[in-house]
Design a protein around this ligand. Structure first.
Ligand code: AR6
Length: 181
């Protein structure tokens, strides 16, 4: 539809920017923007748990939570994707509390975990830019920049930025264009 999906070949793979619901994508892993309990919530976390079914919550209960910036992997259950990689984004507190570093850690640790499992295709939502209040125009270059830096060295061949609005997709496309110019 219109400008989406946007695809670009970059060193180490392909980056795709789409507008849509991440629970509908069929990739090796979808990333969940969770909270430290890993026991569900609103936003994309709620949507992933609803679509995956109660087996996902049951597996999450065995994980013992997750620190901000870290990532943990589960199966995808009733999702079209085989795995869910749960990460916990930073709550925005004005930008001087290490938020950008922690957000980059979310993307980097999710990619490292996917690589450790030999996965080829992964999809990310715009972590922290909903309930956690990270400004979307500041988050997009962190997300895209971290992926560009890691892609040459890992098993992942395709990274999908699954944006929930066209405005978010434009920010990711602009970041990609700026960082690959
Ligand atoms: N597919 C793709 N993106 C989505 C979807 C979806 N189905 N639903 C929402 N988004 P948020 P956060 C977008 O709030 O800011 C939860 O309660 C949304 O528009 O889901 O990291 C957790 O349990 C936004 O761009 O995550 C935590 O407590 C992006 O996903 C807390 O929210 C992230 O928004 C985490 O907050």
């Amino acid at each position: 539809m219109g400008d989406w999906p946007h695809r670009a070949a970059v060193p180490g793979g392909i980056i795709e920017i789409v507008v849509g619901d991440i629970t509908r994508l069929a990739v090796d892993a979808v990333v969940n923007a969770a909270n430290r309990t890993l026991l569900g919530g609103g936003g994309v976390d709620g949507a992933i748990h609803r679509a995956a079914g109660p087996e996902l919550l049951a597996e999450c209960r065995t994980l013992g939570g997750c620190e901000t910036g870290e990532a943990k992997i589960t199966r995808g259950y009733r999702l079209p994707s085989a795995h869910v990689i749960h990460t916990v984004g930073p709550v925005w507190r004005g930008g001087a509390e290490g938020e950008a570093t922690l957000l980059a850690a979310c993307y980097g640790n999710a990619l490292a975990l996917a690589d450790a499992h030999g996965l080829a295709r992964i999809a990310f939502p715009a972590i922290s830019t909903g309930v956690y209040g990270f400004p979307p125009e500041e988050a997009a270059p962190v997300a895209v920049g971290t992926v560009l830096a890691r892609l040459p060295d890992i098993s992942i061949e395709r990274v999908v930025f699954c944006c929930f609005s066209a405005g978010s997709a434009v920010l990711h496309r602009e970041a990609l264009e700026t960082l690959t110019r």
